[in-house]
Structures are given as C-alpha cells and as structure tokens.
Design a protein around this ligand. Structure first.
Ligand SMILES: Cc1ncc(COP(=O)(O)O)c(C=O)c1O
Length: 466
C-alpha cells in the first residue's frame, strides 16, 4: 500500500502533491527500484481524487525517469533513482547560529569602508526605482550593452567633471559591479603570468589577491603619511601598471601631494605603463578643498576607478571604470564575457538619482555626519589614551588609523580583544606586504557607528589594552 496524503487547504495543486510525495519516496529509497506502483484508478480512489490527477503525476515522473511502464504489467520504480541522503546539520545548528548572531550584535565593529547603513536614502531611491520600473521601455528589460546604460555614463561623466576634475567622454566609461569587479577586469586585461605590478604597501589584502591570481609579480612600494614614496619607485622594473589610492591611501589615509603626483606620472611615462587610480571614498573630504583626481592630469595614462559603495551602499554593487581610448573595446568585451552587463534598472535608477542632484545632496548631508563621527573618534581616543596614541589618515573618508606605543596587534590579540571585550578592530599589518612595520597600528572605521557606539567601543578598547 502506498501511503500518500492529500491536503486540499494547501495552495499546491493536487497533481504536484502526488508527484512530490512519490518522487521523494523514490529518491530516499522508501520506494525501491523495481517496486510496482498502484494502478492509477486504485490510487485515485484511495486518495479521493480524480484519475486524471494520478495519470498526470505518473506522466511527470515517467518523463523525468523516476518510473517506467512495462506494457501489460504496470508501472514500476526505475533503476538508479535512489540518492543516499546525507545528514542534515542545518536544523541542528540553527540555535547555535542564532547565538553567534546575537553575540555578533553585541560587538562594536570598527570595520572600515561601511557607510551609515541606516541613512541610505531609502525613500528617494525607492521612489526613483519605482518610476524607472514603471516608465522604461520594454526593450530595457532585455540584454544590454556591456559598458552600461548611456543615461548613467552621461550623467556620471558630467558629475565627475564637476566634482572630481575627471576628464572623460561617456564612451570611456564601463559600469561595473563595484570597484572590485573593475580590479578584476583590469587584472585580466593588463596582467599575464610573470607581469609586474607596482602597488602601495600596505594596500588592501583583497586587491593583492586579485592581482596575484593573474600570476602577476607584486612589487610593493612603501607608503608614508602622504601616500606612496615616489623616491622608492623601482627604476629597474617594467610594470604593466602602478596601482594607487591617491586621494585617501588605503589603509594609512594619506593624500598624495601634487609633487608626488607629478613624479608618479613622470615615472609612468618613462617606463610606459598605466596608472590605476582607485578613488573609493574621496567625496568625504573633511578638511580643505576636495582634491582633484590624478586622472585629470594625464587622462591617457591614468585608469580611474570609482564606486557607489561608500557614498550610497555596498549592496548596490555599482562602480565604474574610466579608460584611456586604447583599452575601451577590450574592456567592454571582457565585461561581456564576465557577466554580460551590470543590472540595467539599478543603473537607470542611479542615473536619475544623480541627474536630479539627489546624490550631491546626500553626499553633503553625509559629509557632516561623517565629519562629526570622525571628530568624535579622535576625541574619544585622546580622552582614553592621551598622548600614547597617534592618529593619522583622518582627512578623508570613513576611517582613520590609530598607532599605539608598545603594542603589537597580532591576530591572536585582536581575536581575544573581540571575544573578551566585544570590540572588533582591524590591524594595518593584515594589509602589509612587507611585514613587521605596521604592527602597532589599527584601522578604525566609523562610518556605520553612532556616537554612543564609538564612545563605548573606544572605552572597551582601552580596557582591553590595559
Ligand atoms: C581600497 C578600496 N577600494 C575600493 C573599495 C570598494 O569596493 P566595492 O566598490 O567593490 O564595494 C574598497 C572596499 O572596501 C576598498 O577598500
């Protein structure tokens, strides 16, 4: 006897209910290969459903190979449809996971590069997304160009000219899924195994990994409080490109002065390589006037990368590349092979958001908030640590660096601080290529922390370091 149940209160068609139950029984071995299924009329009568329901469920199972019919004998479970079920651990670890989540909620996390998530302009963005969805032509819902929507590339080129002194035509832009995809595209475009790439040291671990995965040889150049030390550029190297974060060095926070920018361009011209400028958070400059982009000084040599992860939200996964004309076509092809294109509706929503000046308004608002948060981190650090802490890299963005005397922030120390004192900090050393120089420095991201959280976090850090 085949035990099946039918529930007419469910929103699942009867055929589906019969099909699913038999399929599950076959997959888990309750119905073994060669076993005979009841005749359709008999099963229909047992379950109180029409014979058509059973006929259609059997037909579906037959089409998928779970059962077979033998003329004159009936319907049988097919060979090879049993799959040994692995033990499920999900439900058992649910409580544990919940507990871990709660513990995490308890932790004050100084992770850098996270904007104030509760201040995302949800209403405006939602309104624009709704308009875009309602008003765009049907054709936009199809496949699109790899370089991205012209509406976005046009407003973006205007916005960048106005705010960052970037020199570009919309055709030079490729919209990417965040800056991270731009790094990957460039690595594929410009790096072959054995090629050299000059990078700042320290520089984010993720970027080092992306370039290394192309088989490139990473040539680190040390960074001081003003960014890359140009007098240490290796004259015996022939790099494919030099990677810099000139507006706000990540992680140490320096801003590259004009003299070093010129030195860098002269070096790149001499060795004939590109410069890649990662301009990830320079909109939030807290002191002095905004710094012009490096790209504006030599648009044919500098590849510019931007992102909306810091000014809006990392969840949008929207960034862009500005390329010298010689690289445009190849980069568009690569983007096509990678993921065809970045989602069109999001691009159009962003285009409208920029065009109607909501982005600039949002940046102005957030700049005040981040400046207040930065000032507060500095105040708390000084209150708690006095002159035993040195602060730098705080002129721009969503993080600063704190250097402590006689403390080495090894992984083990940082983990213990997190477990015991519930404050998460990020050592600069993780991002260092030449190890041992930055062991007493930590990155403190404040973008997504309230004043209360900042005060509590620094207080916990003092207790931990005591
Ligand atoms: C140096 C640097 N550049 C760019 C980004 C932005 O990456 P994405 O746009 O992919 O979010 C980050 C992320 O934190 C970063 O640290």
């Amino acid at each position: 006897m085949l035990w099946l149940s039918i529930d007419r209160t469910l929103d699942v068609p009867l055929i589906r209910q019969v099909y699913e139950q038999i399929r599950t029984k076959i997959l888990n071995g309750e119905l073994a290969a060669g076993e005979c299924l009841p005749p359709t009329r008999e099963l229909a009568s047992n379950l109180g459903v029409s014979r058509n329901v059973i006929l259609e469920a059997y037909e579906q199972l037959l089409a998928e190979g779970y059962i077979e019919t033998r003329p004159g004998s009936g319907t049988f479970v097919a060979e090879g449809a049993y799959l040994h079920q692995q033990e499920k651990t999900d439900s058992q670890s649910f409580l544990e996971r919940q507990q871990i989540k709660e513990e995490i909620n308890d932790i004050i996390d100084f992770r850098s590069g996270i904007p104030a998530l509760n201040m995302f302009p949800r209403q405006k963005w939602g309104q624009m997304a709704k308009q875009v969805c309602a008003e765009t032509a049907h054709s936009i819902l199809g496949y699109d160009n790899p370089e991205g929507r012209i509406e976005l590339r046009y407003v973006l080129s205007q916005y960048l000219k106005r705010t960052r002194g970037v020199e570009c035509h919309p055709d030079q832009l490729v919209i990417t899924s965040g800056a991270t995809q731009a790094f990957s595209l460039l690595a594929k475009l410009l790096l072959s195994p054995g090629d050299e790439v000059i990078v700042e040291d320290p520089i984010t671990k993720e970027i080092q990994t992306i370039f290394s995965l192309s088989g490139a040889v990473i040539c680190p150049v040390p960074v001081d409080e003003q960014g890359m030390k140009m007098d240490l550029l290796p004259s015996d190297r022939k790099p494919s490109f030099i990677f810099v974060t000139p507006s706000h060095q990540f992680p140490l926070g320096g801003t590259l002065p004009i003299q070093r920018r010129i030195q860098l361009i002269q070096f790149a011209r001499k060795v004939d390589c590109y410069i890649v400028e990662d301009d990830y958070d320079s909109e939030f400059r807290h002191q002095g006037a905004p710094i012009h982009s490096l790209q504006g000084l030599d648009p044919n040599r500098v590849i510019y990368i931007g992102t909306f992860s810091k000014i809006l939200s990392p969840a949008l996964r929207l960034g862009y590349l500005i390329l010298p004309p010689a690289l445009i076509k190849r980069c568009q092809d690569l983007k096509w092979f990678t993921d065809l294109h970045t989602p069109s509706l999001e691009q159009l929503t962003l285009a409208r958001f920029i065009d109607e000046r909501h982005l600039e308004r949002h940046i102005r608002k957030m700049k005040k908030i981040y400046k207040a948060r930065r000032d507060y981190v500095k105040k708390c650090l000084i209150e708690q640590f006095g002159d035993t802490v040195k602060i730098f890299g705080d002129s721009t963005g969503l993080h600063l660096v704190a250097e402590f005397q006689n403390i080495v922030f090894l992984d083990q120390v940082v983990n213990e601080i997190m477990k015991k004192h519930k404050v998460k900090i990020y050592p600069v050393e993780v991002h260092a290529i030449q190890k041992g120089i930055h062991q007493n420095k930590i990155i403190l991201g404040y973008g997504n922390l309230t004043k209360e959280e900042i005060a509590e976090g620094i207080f916990r850090l003092r207790q931990a370091l005591n």
